[in-house]
Write a protein that binds this ligand. Structure first.
Ligand code: UDP
Ligand code: MG
Length: 318
């Protein structure tokens, strides 16, 4: 099979028939063999009923339905597990992404040899309250992930080589950072294609402004787990030692100053009257705690079944 189209959806009943017809038209025009996997993320409208109706007229339509709403990432991951195509395309169900982009995305994967191609909604039809924070969000994501050529990490329209989806796990809200996940899994040929974007035709957006707060937290998590996931002591140990040493030096200075003043007969104050004494106490306690966090992290890693999982591209050993 050439293409699997994975569509996560939550309450998008009105859009589905149009979307299916549009995808089918594009696929038939280009003679692709394909499937459309609708992942119903616990919709409370009749989206699932619509999907079952669509399947009656088009056997390429497939579907999975969650019993409750889990989020876009779990929906994508579930779709990925069922996809059988050589190239996997994801798109939103709300008709904001255009199926007309599919043939070129497919070509970029199969001919230009990209592992992943991400859409770029260069001209967006979204409210300003979303487009401005999005710019900031993408700048940070570029910086942290080191994928400098992407403008739009969170674009719903993306194409993947089969290998990629078999080696990444999208969970929580990590769909925002799939290119980063792919890069961490060793897929470095990540491309971008400018795609058409439309205003939402039916229904309303499923994400509020909390997406940006959560997005930043997730980015930190990814950065941390990627860099220190199997060696937490390198992070906590360094921070803890620095903290402790600074505190220790400060307490020595406070004590030595007093002793010196006593010795030469100058007026002196009690160490507990100096703010630096308390500052250094706090620093030494925090430093010790960070250090111990590092040890606990190491104990957890020692027991983690994934501590020795590596992405192996080829193996000539057997
Ligand atoms: N979506 C989902 N589960 C959720 C929230 C959203 O499957 O919990 C789907 C939604 O139906 C749509 C896609 O994810 O197909 C993108 O959502 P939306 O269009 O609301 O996001 P936006 O375009 O505003 O970023
Ligand atoms: Mg949308």
């Amino acid at each position: 099979m050439d293409i699997s189209v994975v569509v996560p959806l939550y309450n998008e009943a009105e859009s589905l028939p149009e979307l299916e017809a549009w995808i089918r038209r594009v696929m038939e025009e280009h003679h692709f063999t394909y499937e459309i996997i609708f992942v119903n993320d616990g919709s409370t409208d009749n989206s699932w009923k619509v999907i079952k109706e669509l399947q009656k007229t088009n056997p390429a339509v497939k579907g999975v339905s969650f019993r409750r709403n889990y989020g876009k990432s779990p929906a994508l991951n579930t779709g990925f597990q069922r996809a059988k195509g050589d190239v996997i395309i994801t798109m939103d169900a709300d008709l904001q992404d255009s199926p007309d982009e599919i043939p070129e995305l497919y070509r970029m994967i199969t001919e230009d040899n990209y592992d992943l191609v991400s859409g770029w909604k260069q001209k967006r039809y979204d409210p300003l309250s979303k487009t401005i924070p999005t710019k900031l969000f993408n700048a940070t994501a570029r910086l942290v992930s080191g994928i400098h050529n992407l403008h739009d990490f969170n674009c719903g329209l993306k194409a993947y080589r089969r290998d990629v989806i078999e080696h990444i796990e999208v969970y929580g809200d990590m769909h925002r950072y799939i290119p980063f996940l792919a890069k961490n899994a060793g897929f470095s040929r990540i491309g971008e294609k400018v795609v058409h974007h439309q205003a939402r035709k039916y229904g309303s957006t499923k994400f509020g402004l909390d997406r940006f707060v959560n997005g930043y937290l997730d980015l930190l998590t990814l950065w941390f787990t990627n860099k220190f996931g199997v060696k937490p002591m390198h992070f906590f140990g360094l921070l803890g030692s620095l903290m402790f040493i600074l505190g220790f030096i400060a307490v020595i200075v406070v004590g030595a100053t007093k002793l010196y003043n006593m010795h030469v007969g100058n007026p002196y104050i009690l160490v507990t009257d100096s703010p630096y004494f308390f500052l250094s106490l706090v620093m030494m306690i925090l430093g010790t705690q960070l250090f111990l966090t590092g040890f606990i992290g190491e104990l957890i890693v020692r027991n983690s079944p994934s501590r020795n999982n590596y992405e192996i591209s080829e193996d000539l050993c057997d």
